[in-house]
Design a protein around this ligand. Structure first.
Ligand SMILES: [Zn+2]
Length: 292
């Protein structure tokens, strides 16, 4: 599933390809993952793409569209600029790729957005756990607002405070999009391993030193993963359809039974926060059992 580094990689690719393009037409296939397909079909054509940014695991295309108000009895003809956010979540298997318009479509393509440079932005998603919607810019906070802080932007004091107030397992807290937007299973397990913290520890039980180590580990791993174009585990590819390379650097994720590269113990898997969690039983000590 694409997480922060994969989505950031897609966004950087789109930033090089989309700004200042005008959308000529849009065609939708299956729409069960789209909040408002009729609005997308109505608003996208003739909109200009002003920018692309990431918000957690969401991709936001900033659109501008001029709306002309006809002259009335008391007002001259006026042109106004309406701004929209076209919001896309890749879900488990979504891909957002820019291709020459003549490229044959692959199976599971659900959106074709043709651009003024004769290229096409296509959304491909075999499992359709992704999401797509368009909102006036002023309303996009209804979707993006509840998300927590970006782990690449969070300060150490804020990070300490977020963890101190949580009586939940550290793994669950890192995955909670309302606390930190953009973390997922891969980078949570890798960060906890690097910081030598067991995924089942309570967030509020971490010592100040461990909190600092985790903050640093998380940043380093996310930045390194972005540098390598993300991790291609299943269907993930960048905006040009190419896979990432960070998966070869994984130290614990999906490495059950393999040796820990730090101490040689066998990597284990357990369910924490309802998710498969990979960890080294020697480097990452389990929380102490309470004596009652
Ligand atoms: Zn180890």
């Amino acid at each position: 599933m694409p997480e922060l580094p994969e989505v950031e990689t897609v966004v950087r690719g789109l930033q090089a390809l989309l700004p200042n393009q005008t959308i000529i037409a849009v065609r939708l296939g299956k729409t069960d993952f789209i909040d408002n397909p009729a609005d997308i079909e109505e608003i996208l054509p003739s909109a200009r793409i002003a920018g692309v940014r990431r918000h957690g695991k969401f991709i936001v295309l900033q659109l501008e569209k001029s709306t002309v108000h006809a002259a009335g009895a008391h007002s001259p003809t006026s042109a106004a600029l309406a701004r929209f956010h076209f919001i896309i979540h890749l879900g488990m298997t979504g891909q957002l790729i820019v291709l020459p318009a003549a490229t044959p479509s692959v199976l599971h393509t659900h959106a074709w957005i043709s651009l003024s440079n004769e290229k096409e932005l296509r959304f491909i998603d075999p499992r359709r756990f992704g999401r797509m919607l368009i909102l006036p810019e002023t309303e996009s906070d209804s979707v993006l607002g509840p998300l927590g802080t970006d782990p690449l932007e969070i300060s150490i004091p804020e990070f300490q405070e977020r963890l101190r107030e949580k009586r939940a397992r550290i793994k669950a807290v890192l995955l909670d999009q309302r606390v930190f937007r953009g973390m997922g299973n891969i980078y949570t397990d890798e960060s906890l391993w690097r910081a030598r913290i067991h995924p089942a520890r309570l967030a509020s039980s971490l010592k100040p030193r461990e909190v600092l180590d985790l903050h640093r580990a998380m940043r380093r791993i996310l930045l390194e993963a972005i540098r390598l174009g993300g991790s291609s585990i299943s269907d993930y590819v960048n905006a040009e359809g190419l896979p990432g390379e960070f998966q070869i650097r994984h130290c614990v994720y999906q490495r059950e039974g393999k040796k820990c590269s730090r101490c040689g113990a066998r990597i284990r898997r357990m369910i924490v926060a309802g998710r498969s969690s990979y960890f080294c039983p020697r480097c990452q000590r389990a929380p102490r059992q309470r004596h009652r």
